[in-house]
Every structure is written in C-alpha cells, then in structure tokens.
Design a protein around this ligand. Structure first.
Ligand SMILES: Cc1cc2nc3c(=O)[nH]c(=O)nc-3n(C[C@H](O)[C@H](O)[C@H](O)COP(=O)(O)OP(=O)(O)OC[C@H]3O[C@@H](n4cnc5c(N)ncnc54)[C@H](O)[C@@H]3O)c2cc1C
Length: 385
C-alpha cells in the first residue's frame, strides 16, 4: 500500500470491501449478538488490520493517518470496526516495549492474522476509571507468574488468541508511586482459558462481544512479561493515544453515515406534499451536524498528524475523541429525528448505529475524565481527585 495525504486509495478499497457487508449482514449479527467473523476475516486478508505494523514484520508500515482512514470508511459504510480495531493498535505495546525475540515471535503472525491480538484487559469492576487501584495481581513463582483477580468489559476476549493484560506485581501501598508496580503480560488465551481463566460474555445494548474475566491461579510464563516489571502503566498509557485517535475516527465515520442517511431521507420523504428536507426545522439540524462533525474531523486529523510526527499528543487525542464522540452522537439523534418512526425500524440501520455510537462517550475513556485532564493538565485548575 502506498501512503497519500488523504488516503484516497485506501478509502476506496475499504468502501468496496464494505459493500459486501450490507445492513442485512449487520442486522442479523446484531439480533443474535454474533461476532462478525466473515467481516473480520476479509479485512484481515486484505491487509487493513496490519497497516500500523512495520514492513519488517509483514505489515504495511503506514502511519495512524492511514488507520483512521480505514476505520472512518468502515463506519461511514454502516459497518462496525469495534469487532476488530484492537488488532490494529494493541500490538503497539509489543512493538514499542517488547524484546526483539517477542517482536519476532508475535508481530509477523499478528500481521497475517494467524494470531489475533484483539483483547486488551485493563478495566476492573471495583476500580473503574481509577486504574491505579486495580487489584488483579500477578505473583512471581519461579519462571511463572500466578495471576488472580477479575476484569470487566474486556471486549473480543472470546475471539482473540492473545491478550495484553495489565496487572499489579506490587501492591499499590508498597509502590513508590501509585502508578508504579503495574506490569503488562501477554497472555496466550488458547492456553489460559479453562486453566485458570474463565471468560463470561456480558450482553450489552450493542453487539460488542464484551466479557468478564475471572483469574484463578492462572500461570503465565515470565517470558510473557512485556517490558520491565512495574512499569506497565506507562506502556498502557502510551497505547491509549493511538486508541483514542482511532476511536475518534470511527465516530467521524458514524457521523458521516448519519448525515448521509438523513440528507438522503429528507430529500426523498414527502409529507404535506413536499420533501421534509424543504423545512428548515429538518434541514438545519442536518447542517448543524455537518458543521460540528467537520470541525471534529479536523481535530482528529490534527491529533493523528502529531502522533505520526512522534510529538506529544495526549491532550489532542483526548480532545479529538471527545469532540468526535459528541458530534457523532448529535448526528445520531438528528438522524433518528429526521427519519421519524422509520428511525426506529431495524431495517434502516439507524437505530443500530445510534446504539453503537453512544458507546464512545463512555469507552475507552468517559467524557468527564477527558474534561478533568484538560482542566488540570492544560488549564492548571486544581485536581479534584
Ligand atoms: C462495551 C464496552 C466495551 C469495553 N471494552 C473494554 C476493553 O476491551 N478493555 C478494557 O479494559 N475496558 C473496556 N471497557 C471499559 C471502559 O473503558 C470503561 O467502561 C470506561 O473507561 C468507564 O469506566 P467505568 O465503566 O469503570 O466507569 P466509572 O469509572 O465507574 O465511572 C462512572 C461514571 O462516573 C464518572 N466519573 C468517575 N469518576 C469521576 C470523577 N472523578 N469526576 C467526574 N466524573 C467521574 C465517569 O465519567 C462515568 O461517567 C469497555 C466498556 C464497554 C461499556
């Protein structure tokens, strides 16, 4: 793949691929909460999930700008990248912090899709957003760690061969800093499930293959430690900027989907003897959604450009995610309203996308926590926690 500024070639290829997965495909999966295996396999085969993996490991070696183009087009087409977006960026922890042996062992197989690295285990039921209070603990025992604890909302765990798992290796009270004493383990799910790891699906308002994990004396070889013991929190934070930028691009795609659909419907639907789109009460919300989304998209591009230039982008990644998730939610609400009753009909796909895009104001980080970051880190306001 070659890289151009606006990634037109990538966008066109993704659109063509997505046309093979129309609304009826997603409606069927949504109804039974089934994983879209065929869609994920096709994206993998066509190389779209390995765009960020360097060429020496078999990927396309492109920047995050290319990855945002892939995900935006998936979402604009009415598909959903939530089933597989983690395959794109979770490997970043191994790429940036793994040993040469670990990289050689895993990255080429992740690039081909032979190994699925789709699961990212951070959130816990008792600590929530306060990650330094997570309690899942890995105790060293010879050449193994023995892991005990619980995670929640770990998406795609049933469809992943590997999981990047954040655990404590030193209790919070014994660590020099609260963010010290956490470590990253690369867990082989194929060996772990049934041998100390239990995966329980959690049914949610959208088809997201999310689960709850129970660790009961799970043995993980010490060779699966990524980077240095005790420094895991920093490694995970590193990866979060990529995740937020990519999720933001999914929101931009969702927003474009809603605006496309609403504009088309408003031109077509005749009530009181004229298209509903002739009424400014109908057309202004569509135009407003477009204005808001365009601004958010510019900001996502800005964050992606900083990331690709290797510059600090934590604040911009957060702001991009917040702006994009709010713009897509406004567009979703507008699209339902524009469709009237048909907005609620499954066959229009609007209600499904409405449910799907709502997630992104909560995950992977909720809006309040972004505002808190901006208030304290950018504006110098006093910390509330
Ligand atoms: C479908 C789904 C998929 C997910 N996938 C994954 C995954 O693959 N891996 C993973 O690790 N996690 C995953 N998550 C978890 C997700 O990242 C968290 O749900 C999210 O970060 C919010 O954390 P929480 O649910 O614990 O909310 P809490 O931390 O309990 O917060 C609840 C609410 O209170 C607000 N709040 C909390 N503290 C403050 C404060 N000090 N000031 C102001 N407001 C505050 C929050 O903003 C939020 O609105 C997923 C979640 C969902 C729903």
């Amino acid at each position: 793949m070659t890289e151009t500024l606006d990634h037109d070639d990538i966008r066109q290829s993704v659109r063509r691929l997505c046309a093979e997965f129309p609304g009826t495909y997603w409606q069927a999966k949504d109804r039974t909460r089934e994983y879209p295996t065929e869609f994920v396999q096709t994206l993998t085969r066509e190389g779209f999930l390995s765009v960020l993996i360097p060429e020496e490991y078999g990927g396309a070696g492109l920047g995050i700008g290319a990855a945002t183009a892939v995900l935006e087009e998936i979402h604009r087409s009415g598909c959903n990248g939530g089933a597989c977006h983690a395959q794109m960026y979770t490997m970043g922890t191994v790429l940036k912090h793994g040993t040469p042996e670990q990289k050689q062992q895993y990255l080429p197989k992740i690039a081909t899709g032979e190994l699925r690295l789709q699961a990212f285990g951070v959130t816990e039921p008792t600590s929530g957003t306060d990650t330094t209070r997570l309690t899942t603990f890995a105790r060293r025992d010879g050449d193994h760690y023995v892991v005990n604890g619980q995670k929640i909302w770990i998406s795609r765990a049933e469809h992943s061969d590997l999981m990047v798992l954040l655990v404590r290796t030193t209790a919070r009270e014994d660590a020099a800093k609260t963010s010290d004493g956490m470590s990253v383990l690369l867990v082989d799910m194929r060996e772990a499930v049934g041998n100390g790891l239990t995966v329980r699906p959690v049914r949610t308002m959208l088809n997201h293959a999310t689960t709850e994990l129970f660790f009961d004396d799970l043995k993980v070889p010490v060779s699966q430690l990524i980077g240095e013991e005790g420094k895991g929190f920093r490694y995970i934070l590193d990866g979060m900027n990529a995740e937020r930028i990519l999720i933001a691009s999914e929101c931009i795609g969702d927003g474009r989907f809603f605006i496309d659909r609403a504009s088309a419907y408003a031109k077509d639907r005749n009530v009181f003897g004229r298209p509903i789109g002739k009424n400014q009460g109908v057309q202004f919300p569509i135009a407003r959604a477009y204005v808001q989304l365009s601004a958010a998209a510019e900001f996502v591009n800005k964050a992606a450009a900083l990331y690709d230039a290797g510059k600090p982008c934590g604040t911009e990644a957060n702001m991009a995610k917040m702006l994009a998730s709010e713009a897509s939610w406004f567009a979703a609400d507008m699209c339902i309203q524009t469709h009237g009753g048909f907005g609620f009909a499954e066959e229009y796909d609007v209600e499904r996308k409405f449910r799907e895009t709502r997630l992104y104001q909560v995950a992977p980080i909720s809006t309040n926590l972004i505002l808190s970051h901006v208030a304290t880190h950018v504006l110098g306001l006093p910390k509330s926690f």
